[in-house]
Write a protein that binds this ligand. Structure first.
Ligand SMILES: NC(=O)c1ccc[n+]([C@@H]2O[C@H](COP(=O)([O-])OP(=O)(O)OC[C@H]3O[C@@H](n4cnc5c(N)ncnc54)[C@H](OP(=O)(O)O)[C@@H]3O)[C@@H](O)[C@H]2O)c1
Length: 216
């Protein structure tokens, strides 16, 4: 498949790039800096690094015009400002570019904070949720709300939340997939490598259009 991945140099995105390349896909690895993901060897011709801003709709349209799938592992601003409106605007621009470019599907790296832990209670609303991650979690929740609100007009999307803790680790290929908003039991943590495996499985299958998934 031809995959255009925004946020490809990041902690999560670079592992998605490596997973996709290992499965024989062609990856256009996009970031503003334009570097090659550190998980990918410079000899791997299946990954091409490109510098572009996901907010530049025309540039996005140009990049995705031959894509089978667009993937996004973008971050809300982490400079202490309120990230909520800028993150929704970032995804609004990206998806407008995807629509203009005619790419059929977009798979999005989400957040865990909006997953439900009890009826009417999200993880981000629980007393022990770390205050420092709350703005980012709420920004992710806003993006998911916007995707659902505009489902009829947006290109096909799938939103995949990781477990509450995700970081570099081991690829076991062993993960649990939740469909919908409930946090999986004992969700705990997942390695970014196993999250990437689940993410690329969804890229390949397209099995969950306009749905929110979670991986633990
Ligand atoms: N448990 C959880 O809920 C959980 C845990 C970890 C991560 N996450 C989520 O996973 C996502 C990825 O996190 P991460 O830690 O991998 O982030 P990261 O390491 O900061 O990577 C972000 C990537 O996005 C790129 N980027 C940012 N703004 C861009 C723009 N306007 N246009 C193009 N590229 C842009 C960055 O490159 P440039 O700066 O060069 O553009 C980089 O490649 C985030 O949304 C984060 O909230 C969730």
């Amino acid at each position: 498949m031809n995959i255009v991945l925004f946020g490809a140099t990041g902690m999560v995105g670079s592992r998605i790039a490596a997973e996709a390349a290992a499965r024989g896909h062609r990856v256009t690895a996009v970031s503003r800096s334009g570097g090659l993901p550190e998980t990918v060897s410079g000899d791997d011709n299946s990954v091409v690094a490109v510098a572009a801003d996901a907010r530049d709709r025309e540039r996005v349209a140009e990049l995705v015009k031959d894509a089978d799938v667009v993937a996004a592992a973008l971050v809300p601003p982490r400079d202490g400002s309120d990230p909520r409106a800028p993150f929704v605007a970032l995804y609004t621009d990206l998806l407008a570019g995807v629509t203009a470019g005619g790419a059929p599907r977009t798979v999005i790296v989400g957040g865990a904070g909006s997953l439900r832990v009890a009826p009417g209670m999200r993880l981000v609303d629980t007393p022990d949720f770390p205050a420092m991650y709350k703005p980012e979690a709420l920004a992710h929740a806003d993006v998911l709300d916007a995707l659902r609100a505009d489902a009829a007009t947006l290109p096909m999307w799938t939103y995949i939340s990781p477990a509450p803790q995700v970081g570099p680790g081991e690829r076991t290929g062993d993960y649990r997939l939740g469909v919908g908003d409930d946090l999986l039991p004992q969700a705990g943590s997942i390695s970014a490598e196993d999250y990437a495996a689940a993410f690329v499985d969804e890229i390949e299958s397209g099995a969950h259009p306009r749905q929110r998934l979670s991986v633990a």
